[in-house]
Design a binder for this molecule. Structure first.
Ligand code: NAD
Length: 261
């Protein structure tokens, strides 16, 4: 139980990778604030399931990661309900696929807000407490798209390159305070986010579902396998450990070899 007495906030944790982070951190003894959208009953089931399965405290906050005031209130909620924010995982994210000339302006603004600016807002609210306590772990979910691009994902690729830069910058700012800041860059992980972009990619590229799966998604991944949410979460747990205290400002790929090519 390497994270007993630690308190964690995971944005976008009602689904996919975020939920796996929350459960993996709780399995190590951390209390967790989960966040994200979805069916009320399903979220309550996940929240109470975390408490029951791991014997930790788990609270839910429905803050919209595109709204700075709600983000600040969520960090305050975690500090009040759990006592502190020792681990901050910025994970909420959305995708939209379109050629740039048709890319809706509001989708660009929304992706930059949720996938990039939200991390600025959570970090600026959580860092003072981490610095005061001289311990903290900030983990941002970037993407292989923080290192390389794919066509038709202008906003997503821009936001993910941005999160990689934000990670390095904050790592330098807090380096002497026992606070590490890293990003994890998965390749394709099988989650609702990936499943949902298949129809748009089919349209944008005029392909069948099978062609998108094999020729677009796994085409980039030399192992020809999807990353699992549990593998991503296990890396986050390692980054929270004392063994990882000298890993900071890093962008760690978990992409089946995608960005080696
Ligand atoms: P997902 O769709 O399963 O989960 C996204 C989560 O974010 C959900 O909990 C959702 O409710 C939440 N969310 C969305 N908009 C929100 C908002 N405005 N406010 C609060 N919460 C919001 O997706 P996922 O695949 O688990 O993605 C999680 C992160 O991992 C994203 O940042 C994504 O870019 C990144 N990522 C995913 C993959 C992949 O292949 N799935 C690869 C690389 C990076």
């Amino acid at each position: 139980m390497s994270l007993a007495k630690r308190n964690a906030v995971v944005t976008g944790s009602t689904s996919g990778i975020g939920l796996a982070y929350a459960r993996a951190l709780a399995a190590e003894g951390a209390n967790v604030l989960i966040n994200g959208f979805g069916d009320k009953d399903a979220i309550e089931k996940e929240r109470s399931g975390i408490e029951k399965d791991f014997g930790v405290k788990c609270v839910y906050d429905g803050a919209d990661m595109s709204k700075p005031a709600e983000i600040a209130a969520m960090i305050a909620h975690a500090e009040k309900a759990l006592g502190s924010v020792d681990v901050l995982v910025n994970n909420a994210g959305i995708q939209f696929v379109s050629p740039v000339e048709d890319f809706p302006i509001e989708k660009w603004d929304q992706i930059i807000a949720i996938n990039l600016s939200s991390a600025f807002h959570t970090i600026r609210a959580a860092v003072p407490g981490m610095k005061a306590r001289k311990w903290g772990r900030i983990i941002n979910t970037a993407s292989a798209h923080s290192l390389v691009a794919s066509p038709f994902k202008s906003a997503y690729v821009s936001a993910k390159h941005g999160i990689a830069g934000l990670t390095k910058t904050i790592a330098l700012e807090v380096a002497t305070f026992g606070v590490t800041v890293n990003c994890i860059s998965p390749g394709y992980v099988w989650t609702p986010l990936v499943e949902k972009q298949i129809p748009d990619t089919m349209k944008a590229r005029n392909m069948t579902k099978e062609q998108v799966m094999n020729d677009v998604l796994l085409a980039a991944q030399p192992t020809k396998q999807f990353v699992t949410v549990e593998q991503v979460a296990a890396l986050a747990v390692f980054l929270c450990s004392d063994s990882a205290s000298q890993i900071t400002g890093a962008n760690i790929s978990m992409d089946g070899g995608w960005t080696a090519a």
